[in-house]
Design a protein around this ligand. Structure first.
Ligand code: GDG
Length: 465
């Protein structure tokens, strides 16, 4: 049987905070086994001429799957990770071309890190390995591997939105994105909307040819593009939430709870959400003292300027809403700017009457699915979901859809959610739960890998003719 080799920038090492990608892939790897290759930033104390840098991967023993990392010199890593990945590609894919920081050194570092990783990986790979590369940090990895003579099947999954072709035009080397993608056998995207954007980018290039089966031929390679909406480990998360301890409630405290949880990222629409909640308390006096909003915002990428700015903005906004509507027993917004324990998070979801998931742009958004899985099906809470989350393609018909740019509309949505009758809540929730349970993380990984295997068998067959 072939070995699965997953490659991503970050992998689970120790108890470092994880984003959505690591949460989802860890479940997949625990289930299937295989090798997970990640990148680590080389500690400054280990650099120096007398220490020859190892050309291979470093082993991290323990656990149900193998883990190896490729160590990258600190300043190169920073230009690749904080620079090209998070100050160019992340804003680009989330429609924030105003934040692009285009520097030659960032792009060079990005290509160099992908080359170094490809070097180490090429030495590690066995002929029957299936390689699955993840996310925007590693767009050029297959191209770098192919140049080293790697013929294994290589799939790619993009966890964040695919940029529009107009925005791709803002890159200094706009054509290279398609070039990188065409070195993969299969490119998986979160939604149909992303597949359409990706096709659009190929359409702008003269060399692209669109085949009957939906794949694209670009120069001498054929790549398949398809959506595979990512899921969560739904039944396990359901159990965690069922067993979570009830929240301590002050006797005279607010009776209803709204929850939001994310990395503190500008794509998640937190300032818009805080403003909408302020608008709700301003326009519906009867809710003051009755409803509180807990927002968990775990720190992330704090070395990037845009992230420091959003943090300040939220402190200011929560302060102003609280200053206006607080009372001795009442704090309207409880803004928690740190990571909390996963069990506690599950408990908060379960006991909150409303889950607010209102990003401005988001590949999928796992919090929406976790909130649904955590509810008591006989008395569930209501999901308020933005149309800009990938999750809206699956859950949008049964969640309450909010427009994050329109504070009054979002306030209406929250108010409707708070007063929704139980029968309607049950009906909406059961439809969403069915989807979250059926299209879970295992379904996602199996569908992607099955497709990659089918496609590669075709390739082998042709090469034998
Ligand atoms: C990227 C894409 C896509 C959050 N705060 C805490 C905490 N979390 C966990 C959540 C959830 C995960 O982190 C966040 O996942 P998301 O999907 O919401 O967002 P990203 O990190 O931006 O992930 C996204 C995802 O990749 C997967 O493809 O859905 O669109 O942007 O699991 O529960 N976990 C704990 N404490 C916290 O304070 N324990």
């Amino acid at each position: 049987m072939s070995r699965l080799v997953v490659v991503s920038n970050r992998m689970p090492l120790g108890d470092k905070p994880s984003g959505g990608l690591v949460v989802a892939l860890k479940d997949t790897m625990e289930e299937r086994g295989g090798l997970w290759v990640g990148i680590t930033r080389e500690d400054a104390s280990f650099t120096g001429a007398e220490m020859p840098r190892s050309q291979g991967l470093e082993n991290h023993p323990g656990g149900p799957f193998e883990r190896k990392s490729c160590s990258i010199e600190a300043s190169l890593y920073d230009d690749y990770y904080l620079g090209y990945a998070n100050s160019v590609l992340w804003p680009l894919c989330h429609g924030r071309t105003d934040l692009l920081d285009l520097r030659l050194s960032f792009r060079e570092a990005y290509l160099e890190v992908n080359r170094q990783l490809a070097d180490a990986l090429a030495r590690e790979l066995r002929p029957d390995d299936v390689v699955w590369v993840h996310d925007y940090h590693l767009f050029p990895l297959a191209d770098a591997l192919r140049r080293k003579g790697v013929f294994n099947p290589i799939g790619f999954f993009l966890h964040i939105p695919f940029p529009s072709s107009a925005n791709v035009g803002a890159l200094s080397n706009a054509g290279e994105l398609a070039e990188w993608l065409s070195s993969y056998d299969l490119v998986g995207l979160q939604t149909n909307r992303d597949v359409a954007s990706c096709l659009e980018v190929f359409r702008t290039l003269k060399e692209s040819e669109f085949l009957m089966d939906g794949s694209v031929r670009y120069r001498d390679r054929t790549v398949d593009l398809k959506s595979f909406p990512i899921g969560i480990e739904a039944s396990a998360f359901q159990k965690i939430a069922q067993n979570a301890e009830p929240l301590p409630r002050a006797a005279h405290g607010p009776q209803k709870l709204i929850i939001g949880a994310e990395r503190l990222d500008y794509s998640k629409g937190l300032p818009h959400r805080f403003k909408a909640f302020g608008h709700l308390l301003e326009t519906r006096e009867e809710l003051r003292g009755e409803v509180s909003f807990v927002q968990i915002a775990s720190p992330t990428r704090e070395d990037v300027q845009a992230y420091r700015e959003i943090r300040e903005q939220l402190e200011q906004l929560s302060g102003s809403v609280n200053g206006r509507f607080s009372d001795i027993n009442y704090t309207p917004i409880q803004y928690i700017n740190r990571m909390i324990d996963r069990n506690r998070l599950a408990g908060l979801y379960r006991h909150a009457q409303v889950g607010l998931v209102t990003p401005l742009a988001d590949g999928m958004n796992l919090v929406a699915k976790e909130y649904v899985a955590a509810q008591d099906p006989s008395d569930p809470g209501v999901l308020v979901l933005s149309n800009f989350a990938g999750a809206a393609e699956q859950l949008g018909d049964h969640a309450l859809t909010a427009n994050p740019y329109d504070a009054a509309q979002m306030a209406d949505c929250i108010s409707q959610a708070l007063s929704m009758e139980r029968a309607e809540r049950i009906e909406r929730h059961s439809a969403m739960l069915e989807n979250v349970l059926n299209e879970d993380v295992d379904w996602w990984a199996s569908s992607f890998l099955r497709h990659l295997e089918d496609k590669s068998m075709g390739t082998d067959f042709l090469s034998l003719l």
